[in-house]
Design a protein around this ligand. Structure first.
Ligand SMILES: Cc1ncc(COP(=O)(O)O)c(C=O)c1O
Length: 177
């Protein structure tokens, strides 16, 4: 993260959107980066909207750090957005949700969403999906297998691109594979 620029921007804005893990570049933010981000958010009173929908789809050699796992005075200024749609492949299920320790914010958000675009309502099937997804969690072998397949595809692609010299064998790339 470019903290010099971020600090300057935080003095001019009230909120920022974080995508963690990042889509589309796939960047997993390091623990120290997120801690520094929260430090600056507390210093400049900036609200953080953290989209963590890709939280489960990360390579086995890295770890996603949810913002709610940090012990920071800025935690009351955080809204985490997520959904089961990526992990469980449920696109279109309309089951996205927002989490915050800031009750006032949740109440206001609910009010605005309900009044203007009816996004705060879901349907019976979607409600069943979200409940069964989060309650039936004895066994995550299928998720591990899914991630292994993704990693194999990723390595295959990188090796083919290297063979064809379509990408260069840089130190940054070595860190990723
Ligand atoms: C970072 C991010 N947030 C949110 C979404 C929305 O996901 P959905 O509409 O499946 O809930 C996507 C979908 O690709 C995404 O990549």
């Amino acid at each position: 993260m470019n903290f010099l620029e971020l600090e300057e921007l935080m003095q001019q804005h009230k909120a920022m959107i974080l995508c963690s893990p990042h889509n589309p570049v796939g960047r997993i933010w390091k623990e120290a980066e997120l801690a520094q981000l929260l430090f600056l958010a507390a210093k400049y009173n900036v609200f953080i909207i953290s989209d963590e929908i890709w939280q489960d789809i990360v390579s086995s050699n890295v770890q996603h750090h949810p913002l709610f796992s940090f012990n920071s005075p800025a935690i009351n200024q955080v809204l985490v957005l997520s959904s089961q749609t990526k992990t469980y492949n449920l696109a279109g299920a309309q089951i996205g949700y927002g989490l915050s320790y800031n009750r006032d914010f949740i109440v206001k958000m609910h009010h605005e969403l309900t009044k203007s675009i009816h996004y705060a309502s879901t349907n019976y099937l979607s409600a069943k999906m979200i409940i069964s997804g989060y309650l039936n969690h004895d066994n995550y072998d299928w998720l591990a297998a899914y991630k292994t397949t993704l990693e194999e595809n990723y390595h295959y692609l990188v090796n083919e691109l290297l063979k064809g010299q379509l990408i260069s064998n840089s130190p940054e790339l070595k860190e990723l594979i």
